[in-house]
Design a protein around this ligand. Sequence first.
Ligand code: TYD
Length: 208
Amino acid sequence: MSEKGLFIVIEGVDGSGKTTQAELLAAYLRSKGRRVHHTAEPTASGLGGMVRDGLGAEHPRTNDELAAMFLADRVAHNVSPKSGIRRYIESGTDVVCDRYYYSSIAYQGVGGSLEWVAAMNLNCPSIMKPDICIFIDLDPEKCMEHIQAGRSHFEIYEENAAVIAETRRRYGIVFDMLAGRDNIVVVDGARAKEDVFEDIRAAVEKLL
Ligand code: TYD
């Protein structure tokens, strides 16, 4: 049996720079001769497309509908026989995933839904626990600058700095809740991307 791959999740509020860092990390791991699968949630599958639709203004969904849709997308993302996370990890390929269940608990764990959203995600036997979750922490005003520079439309969770600040606060609740269960590393995102990456590299290196 080959050695298992690492399962690495990159999290952050919208505009925090997580996609850039996930790309840097995937490239770094490849440069070390490792096989890497870079993926994201919501996924590019049909289920992921439905979720994205539900995030847009045209077909809005309730919070609990979204939580259930993200959950279904995540289960499929884990167990898909061709391109599932489990298959990659077990065949020795590292998986770098842009967002995971931490996002569901932070974004959909609101208005009395925190417990069920957390329980459905954390207790689901099909949903693998990552080896590490790296949270890129950045001031909401800076996130807004990134969003405005890079986007022409806004999804429901990206409206303004106050919404982002609230999401950031909820990530804090999620990480307190999962302390001791999950390996969570918070990285200061308010620096040059090379410096942010250096912290991420150092955290991942400890697992190699
Ligand atoms: P993403 O594609 O990462 O957006 P961006 O590239 O704009 O950062 O995610 C789209 C949105 O989905 C984002 O606002 C966060 C939200 N989201 C949830 O609300 N719950 C979830 O479980 C996930 C994975 C994402």
